[in-house]
Write a protein that binds this ligand. Sequence first.
Ligand code: SAM
Length: 282
Amino acid sequence: MDLCNLSVIRDLMSDAGITFRKEFGQNFLTNRMIPEDIADNCTDNAESMILEIGPGIGCLTQELALRFKKVVAVEIDKGLIPILGRTMSEYDNVTVINDDIMKVDLQALIDEYSDGMPVAVCANLPYYITTPILMRLLESGVRFTSITIMIQNEVAARLVAKPGSSDYGAITAVLGYYGVAKKIFKVSAGCFVPAPKVDSAVVRIDLYKEPKYSPKNEKLFRDLIRAAFEMRRKTLQNAICAKLPYSKEQVLEAIRAIGHTDTVRGERLSTEDFVKLADELS
Ligand code: SAM
C-alpha cells in the first residue's frame, strides 16, 4: 500500500471516521521518496531498534520496518491506532504505542523493547512541539545513537548553526553538549497534506557515545547559556551579570581566561567555550 498516496491517505482516514488534527501537528507526507530517504539516512546499523515519534498512518514506519530490526512507534492520536493496525499488519517487527511522547518513560520503554539493540530515533516531528520533544530526548539520559528528525527549515538552521551566525542560539549551544547536528536535505511544503506554511528539513544528530564535556557545574553551564541568549544584544558580561550572582570583575576575568574579548557577545561562544566559562566561574 502506498501510504504517501493522497487517495490512500484520505480513504484510510475516512474509513476510520477521522480527519487531520491540527492540534497534533498532523501534516502527512505525500511524496514517497521522502520517507525512503529519511529511513536511508537515519542510522547505518540495520540491527538497531528505531523509536519513531508520531507515525501518523505509517508511511515512514513501513520504510523503517523494511530496514531495521525493530520499530517502536509512539502515536498520541488514538484515532490513528486502528489505521496503523491495518497498515502495519504485514510487519511483525513494528510495535505501535498510543501515548504522548512527552509523558512516556523513555528509559522504561527502551528497556522493555530494545533487547540490548542500539536505539536511534527517527521522526517527522509535529511542528508545535519540536523543541520540547528534542530537549526531552536529549535530557532523558537514554543512550540513543542518533536522532533524525524532520522539522521546520528555520529550526533546522538553528540546530546546525555555527557560533557567530544569526541562527546560532541557546538550542545550538546546548545541542553541542550532546552531539553533532547535520542537515541532510530540505523538503518543500508541497510534499505534505495538509501543506504547512513553511518548508522543512531533515536533520540528523549523531550523539556522543561518551559525554564529550564534563563541566564542574552542569547547572551553571546551562544557566550561562540561558543568560547569554536571553539578552542577545548585550555583551556577554552584561548579560551574565544581569541574571547570575557574579560581579563584573569575576565575569570579565573568566571571559578573558577562555580567550575572548571584553565586549564579546554570547553568540560567539561555542559549546566548549560555555563549558570552559562555567569551569572558570565555578
Ligand atoms: N509520520 C507521519 C508522516 O511523516 O506522514 C506523520 C507526521 S505528522 C507531522 C506528526 C505526527 O505526530 C502525527 O501523527 C501526530 O498525531 C503525532 N503527534 C503529535 N504530537 C505527539 C505527541 N506528543 N506524542 C506522540 N505523537 C504525537
